[in-house]
Design a protein around this ligand. Structure first.
Ligand code: MSP
Length: 505
C-alpha cells in the first residue's frame, strides 16, 4: 500500500433536505479525494450525517414518526443524492450507528476518569436553536444574534467539560501550525476568538427535555450534547483493517459557520483532552448564496440540486460548483452562470476538442490512431506536449483550490483546441504527400485527449471515464501516467458520443 490520505467532511443534519450548499461541500471533498487517488495514494474519504439532537427530534415529532425511522428516511435521501453526484465516499458515518454510540460513551468515561467533567447547576441563557448555553457576551446591542433563535433563561444541573483549561494549549498549537487552516484569514479569526477566556462546555442535556441523543454512560438521565457526539464521528469511524486508526485526518473540510467554536475550539480541546492528535489541516469553505441570500430551510430559499442534475448531469453541476467558488469566499448561484459555464467550458472547449479529435480519427483513419514517429514531430507537437502546467495543477489541488486547478486544466484544453486549428488536419488530409503529417497530428490529438481525461477526473469523473473508454484505455487514471507518451504502435478508438449535448437557454 502506498501513502495514505484521510479526509472528512462535516456531517449534515438530517432534519431538512440536502441542498446545494451540502452538495458543494461533498463535491469539493470528492474532487480532493479523487485527486489524492490520482496521485496514487490510498484514501479514506469519510462523510455522513448528524442524526441526533433537538432539531431532528422536533422534525420527527412534527411528522408523528419515530426519530430513528425519520432518520432512516432522511439519511437515505442524502446518500442517494451523493451517489447521483458521484461522491466516492469510502465510509458513511451515521451517528445513530451502535458502534459510534459505544465509542462516544467510551470517550465520555475517559473524560470523567481524567477529572475533566464537572456536575453543577448552571443558571444562564439557553439557545433553543443552537441547543447550548449562551453568555451575555454573545449579545449584540442587547439582542441575541439571529443564529441563536429563541433564547430563554434556564437553570439546570448538567455535566460540564472543563474547556477553560485548554484555551492556552489550543492557541499555542494553532500558532505553531501556520498552515493548519486554509484560507489563512480564517486562522486569524480563530486566534482572535481564542484571546478571550473560554467558558466551560455543557456536555449533557436532561432526558426530560431532549430524549434523542446518546445516554451518558454514568448517568442515564442525561443525553450527550449533539456537537460532542457529532465531532467524534471523525475518530469513531476511522478504524482501519489492521485494528489501527486512520486518525489524525490529513484534511477536514467544513463550512465557515462551523469553524468557531465547533471545529476550531471544541474539537481541538476534546482531542487534547483525550490525548489524540489534532487533524493535520482544516479547509474552511464559504457559502453558496441564492441571489445574494444565505440558503436556509427557514427562509425556504434552499436550492435543490436535483433539477440541475436532471438538466445538466452530474459532471456539469460538479464542474460549475468547483470552478465558480473561489476558495474560502462566498459564491452566488444562478441559472445563467451555470448555463454559461456549460456552454463555453464544457460543450465548446472540452466537448468540442474530444469530438473533433475522435471524429477525425474515425473519418481519416477508420478509427485507428496511427503509431507515433518521433522524427516527424515539429514545434507545434513539442509545444502541446509540454503545455500542461502540472506543478500549478498539483499545487492548487494540494491547497484545496479546485477553481485554480480547473483553470490550469482549461488553459491546456484551450491550447489543445488551438493546436487543432493550427495543425489543420483537414488540410493535411487533402494535400498530397501529407499523409505522415496527418498521422502525426492524429496521434497527437489522441494522446492529448488521453491526458485531458486524466486531468479532469477529479472534477468530471464520468466524462473522464467515457473518454478513457472511447480511447480503449482500461488502466485507472493516475497522474504518473499523464505525461505525453504516445504509443509507437497504432491502436483503435471508439466512436465519439457527445459529452455535453447542446442545451437550449
Ligand atoms: N451537523 C453539523 C456539522 C457537524 S460536523 C461534526 C452541521 N450540519 S449542517 O447540515 O448545518 O451543515 C453541514 C455542512 O454544510 C457545514 O459544513 C455547512 O457549512 C455546510 N453548508 C450549509 N449551508 C451551506 C451553503 N449555503 N453553502 C455551502 N456550504 C454550506 O453544521
Amino acid at each position: 500500500m502506498g501513502e495514505r490520505f484521510f479526509l472528512t467532511t462535516a456531517i449534515d443534519y438530517v432534519n431538512g433536505l440536502p441542498h446545494l450548499g451540502h452538495a458543494y461541500e461533498k463535491t469539493l471533498a470528492d474532487a480532493l479525494a479523487r485527486y489524492q487517488r490520482l496521485c496514487g495514494r490510498s484514501v479514506l474519504f469519510l462523510t455522513g450525517v448528524d442524526e441526533h439532537g433537538q432539531k431532528v427530534q422536533q422534525s420527527a415529532r412534527a411528522l408523528a414518526l419515530d426519530p430513528q425511522d425519520f432518520c432512516d428516511r432522511q439519511t437515505a435521501l442524502f446518500r442517494s443524492l451523493w451517489l447521483r453526484l458521484d461522491i466516492s465516499f469510502d465510509r458513511f458515518a451515521r451517528t445513530t450507528d451502535p458502534r459510534h454510540k459505544e465509542a462516544v460513551r467510551g470517550f465520555l468515561v475517559r473524560l470523567r476518569e481524567k477529572g475533566l467533567l464537572r456536575f453543577e447547576e448552571h443558571e444562564g441563557f439557553y439557545s433553543l436553536r443552537q441547543e447550548q448555553f449562551v453568555t451575555e457576551r454573545e449579545r449584540v446591542g442587547g439582542r441575541w444574534p439571529e443564529i441563536y433563535g429563541e433564547v430563554i433563561p434556564m437553570r439546570e444541573p448538567n455535566y460540564f467539560f472543563l474547556l477553560s483549561r485548554f484555551g492556552e494549549r489550543i492557541r499555542s498549537a494553532i500558532e505553531s501550525r501556520p498552515d493548519w487552516i486554509v484560507p489563512a484569514f480564517r486562522r486569524q479569526e480563530l486566534l482572535a476568538a481564542l484571546q478571550r477566556p473560554l467558558p466551560e462546555l455543557c456536555l449533557s442535556r436532561p432526558r426530560s427535555r431532549l430524549a434523542w441523543g446518546i445516554p451518558l454512560p454514568f448517568d442515564e438521565q442525561y443525553v450527550t450534547y449533539v456537537w460532542f457526539d457529532a465531532l467524534l464521528n471523525y475518530v469513531s469511524f476511522a478504524g482501519d483493517e489492521r485494528g489501527g486508526t486512520w486518525w489524525p485526518a490529513d484534511l477536514q473540510i467544513i463550512g465557515k459557520d462551523i469553524l468557531i467554536p465547533a471545529h476550531g475550539i471544541y474539537w481541538p480541546a476534546i482531542l487534547e483532552a483525550l490525548e489524540l492528535p489534532l487533524p493535520r489541516r482544516l479547509l474552511v469553505h464559504g457559502w453558496w448564496l441564492n441571489r445574494g441570500a444565505k440558503m436556509s430551510k427557514s427562509t425556504g430559499n434552499a436550492i435543490d440540486p436535483v433539477p440541475y442534475l436532471d438538466r445538466y448531469g452530474s459532471d456539469a453541476l460538479r464542474y460549475f460548483l468547483l470552478r465558480e467558488m473561489t476558495l474560502g469566499n462566498d459564491a452566488d448561484f444562478s441559472d445563467e452562470k451555470l448555463l454559461q459555464r456549460y456552454q463555453s467550458d464544457l460543450a465548446n472547449d472540452l466537448g468540442n476538442f474530444a469530438h473533433r479529435s475522435l471524429s477525425m480519427i474515425a473519418r481519416y483513419r477508420g478509427g485507428r490512431v496511427p503509431g507515433w514517429v518521433d522524427s516527424e514531430a515539429g514545434p507545434a507537437e513539442k509545444e502541446i506536449a509540454a503545455a500542461f502546467d502540472e506543478a500549478a495543477y498539483r499545487n492548487a489541488f494540494e491547497e484545496g483550490d479546485t477553481s485554480t486547478a480547473l483553470a490550469v486544466a482549461w488553459t491546456f484544453i484551450g491550447r489543445a483546441n488551438r493546436y487543432v486549428d493550427q495543425a489543420a488536419p483537414w488540410r493535411a488530409a487533402r494535400a498530397p504527400g501529407s499523409q505522415k503529417r496527418l498521422d502525426l497530428i492524429l496521434a497527437t490529438l489522441a494522446e492529448t485527449l488521453r491526458r485531458i481525461a486524466i486531468f479532469i477526473e477529479p472534477a468530471l469523473p464520468r466524462s473522464s471515464q467515457k473518454l478513457l473508454k472511447e480511447l480503449g484505455i482500461s488502466e485507472p487514471p493516475l497522474l504518473s501516467r499523464a505525461a505525453f507518451a504516445p504509443p509507437r504502435e497504432s491502436y483503435s478508438v471508439g466512436v465519439p458520443e457527445p459529452l455535453f449535448p447542446r442545451i437550449e437557454s
